[in-house]
Design a protein around this ligand. Structure first.
Ligand SMILES: *Cc1c(COP(=O)(O)O)cnc(C)c1O
Length: 429
């Protein structure tokens, strides 16, 4: 599945397979290429000098798909909208977590999602989408794709909304189903969608020409540490790297990973749409990947304390924390099969409505009132009027998004400080 091992891309020591967290500091980079610099430099350049005109010709032939890649041939560096060393090393390292053959890094999560959809879907196609999804994805699917003749059919996550089987039937009646796109756990409800089932349905829809819908999973919420969609049969895993992977709330980026045969057309689309990430952002992301496991593990532990505090609080009505799924719950088995941890972003409802939620948010001192998630600092927001405000109230209700709901992304502060802040802010409710 992996690219042919190169001298500086070895993954084992005498047969002992190195783990991703070890490889994050070395994989794909040899200090001898850059004056012995232990860290990969930022290759802040727009263009690359060819040794010979013949090399330039050969690099372009490969980049534009004018010929097949030769065995063990590496694509030559041309221009930073096509490739760049920081980008390529980052993509190789990112792929290790998901055990993906190929990966692409984009200028944002939305760039990754839209470029992937535009490379797969064609006019007349139908897209099946789980609900709720990230607000930007919702806008793309509801308002932009229809302008290109691509219809969408929604199905629910968790135990809410239209069932998947109904959506498949409706989709088939409207046209060829080109893609099944899901976000699981869903933002902000933490509703789950069964990835393996979607993959099975996609394979059962293979047509006479051998074409079938491709399954894409937005794995931003649990990140590659806590959920590996490709291992459950998904074709694409997409990320907003802005969140847990970047992890410091200081950059915007995205990714799409999968087998080389599904990724290759997305790479071509990225080159032409220009949705690639820049060298400096790629460099920051490589730095972030070195501590990703540490950060996500620590945030996950902190989140459990915070969720338990909230669950016991008299002003809190419900806490949608995956760690509270109990045996007998219809989602419990799926959670056990699909996820390695509840992660550290979840929502909860307080008694009351928007006014009470705002009172809580306006009193926060340690936790920041901001959208986004997965950073070192804890963040809270109000989905109904912020991240999911473009969804009409009746559809919000159907998805389980209520005016009394707030979302928290628990960061790396001491959990007792986050709890003390929530305790004083809840007094205002
Ligand atoms: C933030 C987010 C996105 C969009 O990513 P950007 O980097 O902001 O473009 C997509 N999906 C999910 C689940 C997100 O949280």
């Amino acid at each position: 599945m992996f690219q042919p091992p190169k001298k500086y891309r070895h993954r084992d020591i005498n047969g002992h397979l190195l783990k991703p967290e070890t490889l994050m500091m070395s994989y794909g980079y040899d200090p001898q290429f850059s004056e012995g610099s232990v860290k990969c430099p930022v290759f802040q350049t727009s263009t690359f000098a060819f040794k010979t005109a013949e090399d330039g010709k050969s690099f372009f032939e490969l980049a534009y798909g004018l010929r097949e890649q030769r065995p063990a041939e590496e694509p030559g560096l041309i221009y930073s909208r096509v490739n760049n060393p920081d980008l390529e090393i980052l993509e190789d390292r990112l792929g290790l977590w998901d055990e993906a053959e190929s990966g692409l890094v984009f200028s944002s999560g939305m760039a990754a999602i839209s470029t992937t959809m535009f490379s797969v879907l064609r006019p007349g196609d139908v897209l099946l989408v789980s609900a709720p999804v990230y607000g930007g994805t919702e806008f793309l699917v509801e308002n932009i794709l229809p302008q290109f003749g691509i219809q969408r059919v929604w199905f629910g996550s968790g135990n809410l909304g239209p069932p998947l089987d109904d959506a498949v039937k409706l989709g088939q009646s409207l046209g060829r189903i080109g893609m099944i796109y899901l976000e699981t756990p869903a933002n902000p409800t933490n509703g789950l969608v069964d990835i393996a089932r979607c993959a099975e349905i996609a394979r059962s829809l293979t047509d006479a020409k051998g074409r079938r819908p491709l399954v894409a999973v937005d794995n931003t919420f649990l990140g590659p540490l806590w959920q590996r969609p490709l291992q459950h049969g998904a074709d694409f895993v997409v990320y907003s790297l802005t969140k847990y992977v970047g992890g410091h709330s200081d950059l915007i980026a995205g990714a799409c990973l999968g087998t080389e045969d599904v990724i290759a057309p997305v790479r071509g689309m990225r080159t032409i749409l220009g949705t690639i990430s820049d060298p400096h952002t790629c460099w920051l992301l490589m730095r972030s990947l070195e501590t990703m496991k540490l950060r996500m593990t620590s945030a996950m532990k902190n989140a459990r304390y915070v969720a338990e505090f909230l669950a016991d609080h008299p002003k809190v009505k419900t806490v949608r924390y995956l760690g509270f799924l109990a045996q007998g719950d219809p989602e419990y088995d799926l959670y056990q099969r699909q996820c390695q941890s509840p992660g550290s972003t979840f929502s909860f409802e307080i008694h009351g409505g928007e006014a009470e939620a705002f009172r809580l948010l306006n009193r926060l001192q340690v936790v920041k009132l901001a959208v986004s998630l997965g950073g070192t600092e804890s963040l809270m927001e109000h989905p109904a009027t912020m991240t999911h405000s473009d969804i009409p109230p009746e559809r919000q209700a159907e998805m389980g998004i209520t005016p009394a709901m707030v979302r928290i992304s628990v960061g790396l502060e001491h959990p007792s400080d986050v709890i003390a802040d929530l305790a004083q802010a809840l007094e205002a409710v």
